[in-house]
Every structure is written in C-alpha cells, then in structure tokens.
Design a protein around this ligand. Structure first.
Ligand SMILES: Cc1ncc(C[n+]2csc(CCOP(=O)(O)OP(=O)(O)O)c2C)c(N)n1
Length: 657
C-alpha cells in the first residue's frame, strides 16, 4: 500500500489533508482498487470511474451523520476504502469477507444493502421526508448512474421530489455506460449534450455555478437563471429536470476534485433538492478497462495487461448462459419470428451473438424490467415469438406485468431466467430464489428447468413451439460435465412430464430433482450406492404443471426427497406437497385408500428462509443444505425413520397378538 492511503482509516483522516493533496490520494486509491480486484475479481470499471467523486464527497460531507445512498452500489469500492475497510479487500465477495455492495451490517457509512438499480433517489427522498419530520439537519446525497436514473423507479421518485422542501442532492454520474452503452432516448439525449461539451465548457460551467450559487437572500431559481444566461449554450439537460421542478447544475468534470469540493460545499447548503450532473470515465486509469468497459464491469481475477487470470482457465467451461445463447441463435436462424429482449444485460444473458447476427430482432430496453415484459407481451400479441432474458432477481421487478399482460392474456412469451438459484459472490441481493414462487401461482404459465446442456437445448426448443408462456430457469453455473448426462435427458420436453434418470430395483427412496440440482442428486445417489443404499432419481423438468407420476411414487410406498436450488417456501417441493394434500382429499372423497399419500413421506431440500452469504455456489449449496452430502444424509435419515416406524408397528402387532 502506498504512503498516503496507509494513513487513511476513516473519512476524518482524509479531511485533514490539503485539497491539493487529494488527487495523489485518489491515484493511490485507484491503484489499490486495481491491484486488489485483479486478485479477487469484482466490479472494477464503475469503481475506478468514481474515485475522485467519492473523495470529494467524503471531504465535504460527514457521512457518519449525513447520508450517502448508492444506486446499485457496485461502484462503492473507494467509499469502502475511505471508510476504514481497506484491510478487508483481500476477502471482498468471499465468505465472511466484505460485500461487493454497500451493507449497513458492515459499516455505519452504508445505509441500505443494495444491488438492484433505481433505488437511491426514492430511498433518499424517504430519508429526507423522515429527517424533515424529525427536524434533523443531516445532509442527504444520492449517487446514481446515467443508466439507473432512467429506470422507472428513479423517475417515479424524481416525480415526487416536490414532496420535500429541504436539502437533497442527487449526483448524476454520467459515464454514458450501463454495462454496455446506455440505451434509450434519454441516453441519446445525454450523449448529444456530452458530445457538444468541450473540457473548457465543463470548466466554464463549474465557474459559473460557483459564481452564481444562491447566497442568503437569493433563490435557487434566480441563481439558475443567471447561470444559464452566462453560459454560451442553452443547457438542454437542465430542461428535462427543471420541467420536474428540480434545479439542475452541470454538466461538470467528475474527475476534478478541487472543483467538485467547491460545488458540493455550495450545493450542500441549498434548502431544496437539486441535481449535479457530472461526467466521468468508466474504467478510468486502467487502459484495458477504459477500452473494454463491459468486460471490466464485473470481472474475475486478471493480469495487468488485461488478460484473464482464472487459475483453471485452461479448462473449457461452458455455462448454461453460453449454451442458451448458442441455441437461441440456431433456433432463430430457422424461425424468423423469434426476437430477443433484455434489460441492460446483453452479455450477461448470453445474447451478444444473437444481437450481432440479428440486430433487427434484438431489443435492449435498458434497466427497465417491467417495460421489457410488457414490450414482449405486445410483440407476442403481434404474432412474433419474444424471448425475454432477465436474471431471476431482476425479474422480481416485473411481477404485475407477468400477471396482467402475460398470464391473464395467455400470451406465448418465453422467459429465459438466468442466474436462477444461488449466485455465488454477488450474494443476497442477487440470489434468484423466488422465481418459482412468484411464477407458479400464475395461470397459463409453464415452468421448466433444464438439468444440463442437452436439456437446455430441448427446453428452449419446447418453449418456442409450445404456443404458450413458458419460463425456463437455469443457474449461474457451468453445465455439468458429460459424465452426468443420462440417456433419459435426451427425450424431448413434453408439458408436465418428468424423466426417470436412475432406477434401482428394491429402492425405497426417490430423489426428485428440479433443474440443475440433478448433478448433486446423481452424486448423492452414487455415494449411497457405494454404501449399498439404493435410490431412484427423477428429473422433474417441470414445476408447473407437476408430473402426476411423482405423486404415484407415494402410492408405491416410496419416500420422496425433493431437491431444488430455490427457496423452500413456495418452491417446487411445496408445489408437490400442495398437490399431495389435494390428492389426499380427493381420494378421501372417493373413499380410496389415501394413507400412503401422507406428507411425512416427503422431505423438501431447498434454500431456507434466511439470506445465504456470498461464496462459491458449492459452499452455498452446503450452507443451504442442498449439496450432494446433504442429500445423501437426508436419504439415510429417511430410511432410518421409515425403519424405526416399521419396527414400532411390528412391535405393536406382536404385543396385540
Ligand atoms: C434492476 C436491475 N437491473 C439490472 C441490473 C444489473 N446492472 C448492474 S450495474 C448495471 C449498470 C448500471 O449502470 P449505471 O447506473 O449507469 O452505473 P455505472 O456502472 O455506469 O457506474 C446493470 C444493468 C441491476 N443491478 N438492477
């Protein structure tokens, strides 16, 4: 670590430095982030871009009292370093280590655990309203990127800023990038302004703002009027925000610490919400990241020349996402009606190739998950075949659209739900553990999950010919190695039909696996077989509708262990239990013997109702209790329980006799 940074253990240490020394500190912070992330991986480019902004914010405000709200929060590394967490960077995004996002459990300087875009302005507004009621004077700052400010939630909050008549500063960090280039009309509007601005213009704007800043007795409106008059151009960005009655200042240079400090000092005293528009460069200071921003948005370990440095990079790794992307391209070649829609996650959802091959059939709608679903509904209504590619955790944003515009209309929209299940290093904000829950209650919606590469292809083929809404969920993971392929997995997908992948004569327990848990289930079955315990394994394939065959197992006197990479509550297993309960009632009505359908012969292995910390997926499986070892243990417990029940009932019989 370099000299200046060594002495920074809290924002107070930074405040003791002269303004003239802060750029050197920023440079040290930047190389600290770079070195550290090159070893651990993490969100790099956005964090490198906001170093000067972060230093200036901490110099002016006192965030042990004042409130700083980060949007998404992936760009908060400099903030973590300044707020006393630099020694923990070696374990960022690792178990028991630092979160890659803000986390109030980690530091008093963090307000909300975040990771989803568009929340900072609304939560800042809420805090401002609360502070106003409490008559407290803490300053509030929201830092939001140009891609996140166009999210609907941000706009709903901007539309309501008039609710508060006190200080609330929104710093719009404009780097003209989301993960890829920012999409949409506003992005074009911002970029037009950006292109028209020279470095000189930015400096002149800064000076003008400072010169005309409202002093006591002068209103914000008066000041803005003067600023506009004295600046050569007519500040078009201001028109948009001022139409919402939000005083707008900028654009200014987001890497000029001394100017930023002066601006923050001036704006901190306004008694009205305001926006400061700053330009920054994503990836600043690391040429490979400046040149390939999407690749360094979130990266694994890398070398200083930008090459990837994964220790096992020699192994060919194909993820479910890769297979999906390839397969969609193949199907789209044959069927011109297929179009793909994503919400600012083209690369993440595997659509890069599709977007290049079929630019006219690819729509990146920006961070606008709800709109993406309704756009897809409209496209389906027009007779095309929309494939919506969104991460499970972000699709949560679209529940009402899934209900009204898709399910209720019974429209054939295909949802490819990536990052379904435990996600590894991003942790609780990004786990996709609720999609089965919020989708399986919707009528007209089929839920499917492939277990491996071949099934990924078959599931997509099925979905695109089913003529109805099909949701396919798959994890952030590589596809299981070929040794886990089973012949039954090559059978085409048929609505609500499972496949039996392992059958052993004399088995009393069946593992019913949903989606990618097949691999863990088969590993468990192998281990049990080594111990002389026979189990069957069923690959359920569908969570809605559920294969009636699964219930018939209970009538065959078998115990069932259901395994899923999803929350136990409202998941696939609970769907089976609901069905078992309904069937029991049904059989009772028809006076059939329903004794064997009892729920105590079913055991659910899924993610419990607590937040699973970041770490590798393998570790998270163990924590959640869904690893091969957990499955093996559960089978043995079930066999023992069944054995002791049998022994008890035999003893009873002996006594009665
Ligand atoms: C609701 C939601 N959708 C998608 C994402 C994935 N995501 C993380 S960061 C990011 C880009 C954010 O861009 P911007 O706000 O401009 O910040 P920058 O990275 O440019 O600093 C996206 C799309 C997310 N976090 N939340």
């Amino acid at each position: 670590m370099t000299k200046m940074l060594e002495a920074i253990n809290s924002p107070q240490d930074l405040k003791n430095l002269p303004v003239g020394g802060l750029q050197s500190l920023a440079d040290e912070i930047r190389s600290f982030i770079l070195n550290s992330v090159s070893r651990t991986g993490g969100h790099l480019a956005s964090s490198l871009g906001v170093v000067e902004l972060t230093v200036a914010l901490h110099y002016v405000f006192d965030f042990s009292r004042d409130k700083l709200l980060w949007d998404v929060g992936h760009q908060c590394y400099a903030h973590k370093i300044i707020t006393g967490r630099k020694d923990k960077f070696a374990r960022i995004r690792k178990p028991k280590g630092l979160s890659g996002f803000p986390d109030p459990a980690e530091s008093e300087f963090d307000q909300f655990t975040v990771g989803h875009a568009g929340t900072s302005i609304a939560t800042a507004l809420g805090m401002a309203l609360g502070q106003k009621k409490n008559s407290s004077k803490e300053k509030i700052v929201a830092l939001v990127g140009d891609a996140s400010i166009v999210n609907g939630l941000s706009f709903e909050a901007l539309n309501n800023l008039g609710l508060v008549d006190r200080q609330l500063l929104i710093v719009l960090n404009d780097n003209s990038m989301a993960i890829d280039a920012t999409q949409g009309a506003l992005a074009k509007y911002f970029s037009k302004i950006r292109l028209s601005q020279t470095y000189e213009d930015l400096r002149r704007t800064t000076n003008n703002i400072l010169e005309h800043m409202p002093v006591i007795g002068k209103s914000v409106e008066e000041a803005i009027g003067k600023i506009k008059k004295s600046i050569r151009m007519a500040l078009p960005a201001s028109q948009m925000f001022e139409s919402l009655n939000i005083p707008y200042f900028g654009p200014v240079d987001g890497h000029d610490i001394a100017s930023l400090i002066k601006l923050f000092k001036a704006l901190a005293d306004l008694n009205h919400p305001a926006i400061l528009h700053v330009y920054t460069k994503k990836g600043k200071g690391f040429v490979p990241a400046e040149e390939d921003k999407p690749r360094f948005h979130s990266t694994g370990p890398f070398k200083m020349n930008g090459d990837s440095d994964e220790s096992d990079s020699a192994l060919p790794k194909r993820s479910f996402t890769d297979v999906f992307g390839e397969c969609l391209v193949e199907l789209a070649k044959k069927d011109k009606r297929i179009v793909a829609i994503t919400s600012a996650m083209r690369d993440g959802t595997g659509l890069s190739e599709f977007s290049k091959k079929f630019p006219g059939r690819f729509f990146d709608v920006g961070i606008a998950e709800s709109a993406a679903v309704d756009i897809a509904a409209g496209i389906a209504k027009a007779g095309l075949k929309p494939v919506v590619c969104i991460y499970s955790t972000f699709l949560q944003r679209s529940f009402d659209q899934l209900f009204q515009e898709v399910s209720l209309q019974n429209l054939p929209v295909v949802f490819c739900i990536d990052r379904a299940g435990l996600v590894g290093a991003d942790g609780p904000t990004h786990h996709g553990l609720m999609d089965i829950g919020y989708l399986r209650m919707l009528p007209n919606v089929v839920l499917a999950a492939p277990a491996n590469e071949i099934e990924m292809k078959l599931a997509l083929e099925y979905a695109l010919t089913a003529g109805r809404c099909v949701c396919i969920r798959y994890p952030r993971d590589i596809v299981p190695p070929a040794e886990f392929d089973r012949p039954a997995c090559s059978k085409p997908f048929r609505t609500g039909r499972s496949v039996t992948v392992r059958k052993s004569k004399g088995s009393s327990v069946v593992i019913v696996s949903y989606g990618s848990m097949l691999c863990e289930s088969l590993k468990a079955a192998e281990k049990l077989s080594d111990e002389g315990i026979k189990v069957d394994v069923i690959n359920a394939r569908f969570a809605a509708p559920i294969d009636g065959q699964i219930l018939s197992l209970l009538q065959q006197d078998k115990s069932i262990i259901i395994v899923e990479d999803h929350s136990v509550a409202c998941g696939f297993g609970s769907a089976v239990l609901e069905l078992a309960a309904a069937k029991t009632a049904d059989f009772a009505d028809k006076k059939k013997n329903a004794a064997n359908l009892s729920a105590n012969r079913i055991r659910l292995l899924g993610v419990p109702a607590r937040f699973i910390e970041r770490g590798s997926r393998a570790k998270q499986f163990m924590q959640a209790g869904i690893s091969a070892d957990n499955i093996q243990k559960a089978v043995k417990q079930m066999i023992n329980a069944a054995g002791s029940k049998k022994r008890k009932s035999t003893r009873k019989k002996v006594v009665t006799r």
